[in-house]
Design a protein around this ligand. Structure first.
Ligand SMILES: O=C(O)C1=C[C@@H](OP(=O)(O)O)[C@@H](O)[C@H](O)C1
Ligand SMILES: C=C(OP(=O)(O)O)C(=O)O
Length: 445
């Protein structure tokens, strides 16, 4: 683990209006994929705006361990010289993905198509997360596992397939990590690999594979789903990647700006891929003032400038089919809902239970210790907003960056300060969160 193992607490107190213009760090999903596809391509990939958070740095290390040349050439600027599809070398030591589900699961897919064996491991949070959902399809494609933890968990050894077979795979849950693992393994399989999802999940892997020269197409399946087909054994060519700002990171200062009276904050280059904008849709339904301008695109990924002004929010019902497009944003949405007038019901949140922590319970606890009335009913989260939050609680972050950031955002506008027990995991996805929030006017001490 790169960060200190000693927990570092922090307190967030009500501040004056937040104001300024910021660019939050590069998108985490796109950053992982740029490194992995760069490593599987022939030639050089130049990445600008890479997220230099611990999750992504662990993926960079794993790509080096698998034989790619990965170099940092300047702030957020990286080059990768790849080994070609199927060309990974046997790593000398275990691959440690720290806290990162995405890094671990996508690299499992990439390794599954190469005739090598690699040990996958991570921290206590990652060791508690389910891996069967990834291993099941990879085994159908010819990979095998040994020395595997109880219940199909880390650590485990993955033996890639010598002759990978293409499959048609229907994902059991909407998960871009499962879809991406199958597609990355499918790169080494002769013929067509198909992934069918009942509800579309983020499509960054598909867009980036196309950008690197793969033949991949996607059509609608049912009302919300997709059928993705990939032609195996392509030659991927090194590419230029500009990583837009991460909407899942922007979510924290966006909610802070909405709840702190008088705030007016501008966010540049925020990725607005429609499969990631469920939070913006929901906040607008709640009455949030979020103006979008200067929409443009790069390699199929749209981005825009967002201007967010403090707003009176009201409770809403968030339908379950919206979950894939805002799966990492429910924690901070629950904070916004606590400051709204009226009840917010968020439906269909079962996937929150298998993230860095059980986010359904941890979110409810975070609100409860700060005096908010909240209920978990099956897989739904119900928050009673009263227009203000009492605060005064100590929030347990459970090795989860998004709990830590959500609680600190809550303290920006609560009546009494909110304290978190440990901020160290924020470095996994948003290393500059604390200085950036302070630059906008937040009072963290
Ligand atoms: O593919 C990705 O980059 C991600 C997919 C999501 O996970 P699931 O695929 O498990 O839903 C999300 O929670 C994670 O932060 C990033
Ligand atoms: C769920 C998350 O990430 P991962 O699955 O990559 O650990 C997250 O960043 O909220």
């Amino acid at each position: 683990m790169a960060h200190s193992d000693t927990p570092t607490p922090l307190e967030s107190r009500a501040s004056g209006p937040l104001a300024g213009k910021v660019r939050v760090p590069g998108d985490k999903s796109i950053s992982h994929r740029a490194l992995i596809l760069g490593a599987l391509a022939v030639g050089e990939t130049r990445i600008s705006g890479l997220l230099e958070g611990e999750d992504v740095l662990n993926t960079a290390k794993s790509m080096r361990a698998l034989g790619a040349r990965v170099e940092r050439t300047g702030p957020f600027a990286w080059t990768v010289s790849g080994v070609g599809v199927g060309g990974f070398a046997q790593p000398a030591a275990a691959l440690d993905f720290g806290n990162s589900g995405t890094g671990c699961r996508l690299v499992m897919g990439a390794v599954a198509g190469c005739p090598i064996a690699a040990v996958f491991d991570g921290d206590a949070s990652l060791r508690s997360r389910p891996m069967r959902r990834i291993l099941d399809p990879l085994e159908l494609m010819g990979a095998r596992t040994s020395d595997i933890g109880e219940g199909g968990r880390l650590p485990l050894t993955l033996h890639g397939a010598r002759y990978p077979v293409p499959i048609v795979y229907k994902t059991p849950v909407a998960s871009a990590q499962i879809k991406s693992a199958v597609l990355l393994a499918g790169l080494s399989a002769p013929g067509i690999t198909t992934v069918i999802e009942q509800e579309a999940s983020r499509d960054h892997t598909e867009l980036m594979l196309k950008h690197f020269g793969a033949e991949i197409s996607s059509e609608r399946e049912g009302s919300d789903g997709r059928r993705i087909t990939l032609n195996g054994e392509p030659e991927l060519h090194g590419a230029e990647i500009v990583v837009p700002a991460d909407p899942s990171s922007a979510a924290f200062p966006i909610v802070a700006a909405l709840i702190v009276e008088g705030s007016d904050v501008v966010f540049s280059d925020v990725m607005t891929n429609p499969l990631r904008t469920g939070l913006l849709t929901t906040l607008r339904e709640m009455g949030a003032s979020i103006e979008e301008s200067g929409v443009r695109g790069d390699a199929g990924e749209p981005m825009a400038q967002l201007r967010v002004r403090a707003s009176k929010l009201r409770g809403v019902v968030v339908p379950p089919e919206r979950a894939p497009s805002m799966i990492d944003e429910y924690l901070v949405l629950a904070v916004a809902a606590s400051f709204a007038e009226g009840t917010t019901i968020m439906r269909g949140l079962q996937e929150l239970r298998v993230k860095e922590s059980d986010r359904l319970e941890a979110t409810a606890d975070m609100l409860r210790v700060n005096g908010v009335k909240v209920e978990v009913s099956g897989d739904d989260l119900i928050v009673e907003g009263r227009g203000h939050v009492e605060g005064g609680g100590l929030v347990a972050t459970h090795m989860d960056h998004r709990i830590a950031m959500s609680a600190l955002v809550m303290g920006c506008a609560s009546d009494k300060p909110v304290k978190v027990d440990d901020i160290t995991f924020i470095a996994t996805s948003f290393p500059d969160f604390i200085p950036m929030m302070r630059s906008l006017g937040a009072d963290f001490a």
